[in-house]
Design a protein around this ligand. Sequence first.
Ligand SMILES: [Zn+2]
Ligand SMILES: [Zn+2]
Ligand SMILES: [Zn+2]
Length: 241
Amino acid sequence: MIGCSCEVCKSQDHRNYRRRSSLYVVTEHQHILFDTPPDFRDQALRFGVKRIDAVFLTHAHADHIYGFDDVRRFSTMQEEHIPVFGSPRTIKQMRKKFDYVDRVSYGFESVPRVLFTGLVQPVYVENCKVTPLPVSHGTETIYGFLIEGDGKKMAYIPDCNGIPEESFQCLENLDAMILDGLRPQVHPTHFSISESVEQLDKIGARKSFITHLTHNSEHHDLQARLGDAVTVPWDGMEVSL
Ligand SMILES: [Zn+2]
Ligand SMILES: [Zn+2]
Ligand SMILES: [Zn+2]
């Protein structure tokens, strides 16, 4: 946290250094990025992201999109337009916030070359199926995503304080569930940690993770409190399903 000198912010343990939330899923043939936070460039460099076949955006809040311009490095390297999916509202907001992206007068390297697509139904990225899951985020309805590929099934819901029944029903028989658990105190637009743990328990995935953590949680303390049921992840953590 900028300007903070609490124990977590001063910690030398890399697990207490938290960039903004995102997820990189690698299947046998596909490399799929979920959200492009302001730290995206640093994340890509630090953790060796070398290819992106598709981008999915949960919503257009600043902490999830303002690294978007760096997608251009991938469209340049891959010499192709990269599909970018989000709700029709999110895509409309992206076109406004990144109004230069759709212009064609620049060279291929100057801007991210993407194909914006409003998504309301499941979509296949090759053999990987991604289903939008509408969830509550304060007064807004935004997306989480169900990801199915290589015979595995996982869901990613980083910003959320309520899961409607229709979306909850999609969270069956998951190999992994990653859910918003912002901080110990309640928040108007995010699940608190105890609310998140309660949801994760109900969902019952084979592996459960909380994400979007603030500096209010020290990694080891929180992991010790949560025990085996829920993993407290860290930046760069890799999980094989
Ligand atoms: Zn702090
Ligand atoms: Zn948000
Ligand atoms: Zn957020």
